[in-house]
Design a protein around this ligand. Structure first.
Ligand code: NAD
Ligand code: LMR
Length: 328
């Protein structure tokens, strides 16, 4: 029997990521090739005409899984009945800006949209925040939507995770699908810690295969940390197709589960695991099963990693304070 359609919200749907993301969702890349979807697309009034153009293109693409499209500038209509919410709406950073420079504009959007989600989304709606500063926007959404379970609110660090896989695969000249279990710890910012200490290729430790700790502890880390800025410099726009693809990976693994023996990185509400600050949205290694994520526990953290986990945790605590000062 055909499955019932799932309503998926994409905010900022007239923007760059939105334009790459909505066809992926309509093709089943996010929720599976047998899962019909109804797309809810939200943007602001100045983008209404462009949003309608995206809707026209979705109709023209005749996606078999796409059972309906709601294109609106009304946040309540956009949120009503959605089971998955991908929050892309906001303002991207430009060349020379750090992600926290877009803080004041974007956190206020997340505060204002939290109540519409809380009141009108389906119970147990899964929320993924993409817009920057992603961790802190997700935290603000969580704090102002107290009836949404904290475990349902996450942010995107899968793009950083995939970037780390890509760098290792290029360095070792192996298939990216053979690289497993890298970790992104902390903030989706230049303090994030891409960690390969538990990563493998074909079951062998990446450190043994690369045989160059100087590169792994230096250029590899900074390349992943700075990749967003490098894309902005090259494209004059921030990454879009890779962000959209990572958003699909994040939701797919959350809903359908991670493969046995594999973890992924997700920004989730921290319980203080690994002695990082509790009460911020921090990226951890997680496994997913039955629609729930669980932080992978018991990984050894060496002295080098400890400092990096702490540094990005301090930044998230500072961002939380800054976000509240922007909202007051
Ligand atoms: P964009 O400017 O092309 O699109 C953003 C869209 O959001 C625009 O259409 C804008 O009108 C809309 N918008 C603004 N305020 C809104 C509101 N209140 N409600 C609904 N929509 C609203 O930007 P983009 O390149 O698509 O990037 C979107 C966001 O994603 C940026 O904040 C960017 O920094 C972030 N980003 C995050 C990651 C990540 O890995 N977490 C990766 C890439 C980009
Ligand atoms: C990215 O990582 O590509 C995005 O967060 C965009 C940015 O501002 O870096």
């Amino acid at each position: 029997m055909a499955k019932e359609p799932v309503r998926v919200l994409v905010t900022g749907a007239a923007g760059q990521i939105g334009y790459a993301l909505v066809p992926m969702i309509a093709r089943g890349i996010m929720l599976g090739a047998d899962q019909p979807v109804i797309l809810h697309m939200l943007d602001i009034p100045p983008a209404a005409e462009a949003l309608n153009g995206v809707k026209m293109e979705l109709v023209d693409a005749a996606f078999p899984l796409l059972k309906g499209v709601v294109a609106t500038t009304d946040v309540v209509e956009a949120c009503t009945g959605v089971s998955v919410a991908v929050m892309v709406g906001g303002f991207p950073r430009k060349e020379g800006m750090e992600r926290k420079d877009v803080m004041s504009k974007n956190v206020s959007i997340y505060k204002s949209q939290s109540s519409a989600l809380e009141q009108h989304a389906a119970p147990n709606c899964k929320v993924l925040v993409v817009a920057n500063p992603a961790n802190t926007n997700a935290l603000i959404l969580k704090e102002f939507a107290p009836s949404i379970p904290a475990k349902n609110i996450t942010c995107l660090t899968r793009l950083d995770h995939n970037r780390a896989l890509g760098q290792i695969s290029e360095r070792l000249n192996v298939q990216v699908s053979d690289v497993k279990n890298v970790i992104i710890w902390g903030n989706h910012s230049s303090t994030q810690y891409p960690d390969v200490n538990h990563a493998t290729v074909g079951g062998k430790p990446v450190r043994e295969l690369v045989k160059d700790d100087e590169w792994l502890n230096g250029e590899f880390i900074t390349t992943v940390q700075q990749r967003g800025a490098a894309i902005i410099k090259a494209r004059k726009f921030s990454s879009a197709l890779s962000a959209a693809s990572a958003a699909c990976d994040h939701i797919r693994d959350w809903v359908l589960g991670t493969p046995e023996g594999t973890w992924v990185s997700m920004g989730v509400y921290s319980d203080g695991s690994y002695n990082v600050p509790a009460g911020v949205i921090y990226s951890f290694p997680v496994t997913c099963k039955n629609g729930e994520w669980t932080i992978v526990q018991g990984l050894a953290i060496d002295e080098f990693s400890r400092k990096k986990l702490d540094l990005t945790g301090v930044e998230l605590t500072e961002e939380k304070e800054l976000a509240y000062s922007c909202l007051s």
